[in-house]
Design a binder for this molecule. Sequence first.
Ligand SMILES: CC(C)(COP(=O)(O)OP(=O)(O)OC[C@H]1O[C@@H](n2cnc3c(N)ncnc32)[C@H](O)[C@@H]1OP(=O)(O)O)[C@@H](O)C(=O)NCCC(=O)NCCS
Length: 173
Amino acid sequence: MDDSINDCSNITFRPPSALDGAQVHRLVSLCPPLDPNSMYCNLLQCSHFSDTSVAAVSDDVLVGFISGYLIPNQSETLFIWQVAVGEQARGQGLAGRMIEQILLRSACSDVRYLNTTITESNQASWRLFESIARRLGAELNSSVYFDRDQHFAGDHDSEMLVRIGPFSFGTRD
Ligand SMILES: CC(C)(COP(=O)(O)OP(=O)(O)OC[C@H]1O[C@@H](n2cnc3c(N)ncnc32)[C@H](O)[C@@H]1OP(=O)(O)O)[C@@H](O)C(=O)NCCC(=O)NCCS
C-alpha cells in the first residue's frame, strides 16, 4: 500500500509546544543523518524556541519539524538547527514551506540572514538550502564551522556553515 502523503494542502503549520516533544524525538530518529538529540533537548526546542520553530501536522500526526533560534545578540540571524520531514511527506516542498512559515512570524521581523550547518555529504540538505537562497534572491556562502578533528575529535564529519542573505521577507502575524 502506498501511504505517501500526496496532498500537502491538509498539512497545517504551527509553533510547536512541549506536548510535541515526544513526536519530534521520534520523527528525528526516523530521519538520518540527523543527530538524534535527547528528548529533553527536543522539549526545550519545542518550548523555549517555539517562536522560531515549526511543526507540520497532518491528521494529528507530526510529518515535519524544524528547530530554529535567533542567534543570541544577533536578532538579524535565524539559525536553522534541524530540518526533519517524514519519508511519506518528502519531495513536495514541505521543508521549504516550513522555513517560510518561520520567516513570516513576527519573531523574525528583523531577520535578514539564515544560517545553518551542513556536512559535505548531505546532498538533500545542500539542495534544500540552495533552493531557499534562490527563492529569497539571496547569496549563499559556506565555510568550515565545526571541524572534524579540531572540534569533533575525529568522531563526526566537519559541519560547514551555510549563510544565506541579506534578504527581506514579509511578516504576517
Ligand atoms: C532534506 C529534507 C528535509 C528535504 O525535505 P523535503 O520536504 O522533501 O524538501 P523540499 O521538497 O522542500 O525540497 C527543497 C529542495 O531540495 C531538493 N531536494 C530535497 N530532497 C532532495 C534529495 N534527497 N536529493 C536531491 N534534492 C533534494 C528539492 O528538489 C528542492 O529543490 P528545488 O526547489 O530546486 O526543486 C528531507 O529529505 C529530510 O528530512 N531528510 C532527512 C534529514 C535531513 O537530512 N535534514 C536536513 C539537514 S538539517
